[in-house]
Design a binder for this molecule. Sequence first.
Ligand code: FES
Ligand code: MG
Length: 600
Amino acid sequence: LGINRECSSKPKPPTPKRPLRSSKWFNCQDDPGMTALYMERYFNYGITREELMSGMPIIGIAQSGSDIAPCNRHHIELAKRVREGIRTAGGIAIEFPTHPIQETSRRPTATLDRNLAYLGLVEVMTGYFLDGIVLLTGCDKTTPAFLMAAASVNIPAICMNVGPMLNGYSEASLCGSGSVIWKSRELYAAGEIDEKEFMDYVSHGTPSVGHCNTMGTASTMNALAEALGMALPGSAAIPAPYRQRGQCAYETGKQIVEMVESDRKPSDLMTREAFENAIVVNAAIGGSTNAPIHINAIAKHMGIEISMDDWDEIGAQIPLLLNMQPAGEFLGEDYYRAGGLPAIMAELFDAGKLHPNSMTCNGCTIYENTNGKHSWNRSVIRPFQEPLLKEAGFIHLKGTLFDSAIMKICAVSPQFRQRYLSDPNDPDAFEGSVAVFDGPEDYHRRIESMAEIDDRTILVMRGVGPLGYPGAAEVVNMHPPGRLLKQGIDALFCIGDGRQSGTSACPSILNATPEAAAGGNLAILQDGDRLRIDLPKRRVDILINDDEIKRRRQELESNGGYPLYPSSTPWQEIFRQETEQLGDGMVLRKAIKYQRLAQQ
Ligand code: FES
Ligand code: MG
């Protein structure tokens, strides 16, 4: 269960010494006055001139943990071991805080913060004297925000995940963080638990320091960081409180110094092939529906175009190998003990599904890092030939309701498939009428009183995309009204222009682009309209005629378009002006042209 810093296959060549980036600050040959200015304030806590002029690599530690960000708070401890690793390898550690991103408590939504933390980190990485950087990642958006910045700046960079929480239990059964909230909400809505039981049950999902112990967005994005070669092999899945997590922090500190010496940069690791590997891995682990938004954004900042069609073409046919909630049963500790990501990748390599030659942070290829590391626990990590599900990736849907939306097929329960997708006359398509909600508040206000909702209703949530709910809310996972839940109807098709928590197993069609507020046809839907969902043909169509669609669009436009809440902070206004749609990675349009900043 160790992490791996070295592959034995080839000896490392000695690396030639070259002037480091930091020498432009601390060794200004023709202007000692500037060297003095840049240097003197760092003396005030005890760094010496000798150290700063020694030519030792100066390594930033991007600290994302704080009291306001509990998922990542354990990094305050772990950073000490990172520092010791850096110093042991002959570097100088400079720790600094990043803009906090806490998924669960940020209003209106933590998605607003991904691009803001990205901007802040780009400024620190370009404006200061860092030769390399350790990115302390964890909770959902911290990982993509930091990888986007590493892609834009392109100095040697390595991720170190905080690690998942220990397994949660309620009596003898596993309680996954995040997932337990969605489940408890249903029990509460059905009147099966009271408020105190609700809170007790939810707290079982949070047993220790660390991020969500389910395969939500945090576990997903850190697995993909490892698949991209941006984290030490075997590191992403180590639970936060385990001793191996502290050891990993130390090894990560040592590794970044070697990366600076070897000048191994994000552009050497995050190639088109590496992104394709990430798409395959995401399917095999039953990864979060937020992954395409974030991976496409990181790729864009790297100057590589990954489309939503790529996710379907490369990922949709990949089987589900990891038996972890929400797609399966187990939690983070089981995943780690079963071998973590290297064990998943070993299966995928055997099946010829991955590019073997992608370089990784430790100077070995991804194949060298993972070859033969098969799991010894086949109830948690399945062999490729005996998967949990044959096709686990995302399908990319188009049609007259939107240009682009995705669905995580592996989260759809067999009962749901049986109930809605096995009509003998047309086994593939489903038709139903819609109940349309303008945001989560409207849903909560009306859902229980809508007598017209039955087991054929499609729940639609609009006004929750990047513009509508600035940042795009994780609210598309809607449960049926209590009276249907009591009859055993635990899920209806959901469609929305927002996101869904990676910890949810709701059968939702998400990230609809363009959103209602950007002129998408979700804006013209009315309660009772009929839709046709044809998953094999990858289509969702509105069953109303073209003239009526045109008439409604004209009426909407003459009324000034889909109504928007006013922005309530300066950043919300800037975000809305500058940010693309979910299907395009939700990046800041103007940021994309700034690439390889450290090389300019
Ligand atoms: Fe932070 Fe899940 S809420 S990792
Ligand atoms: Mg989330």
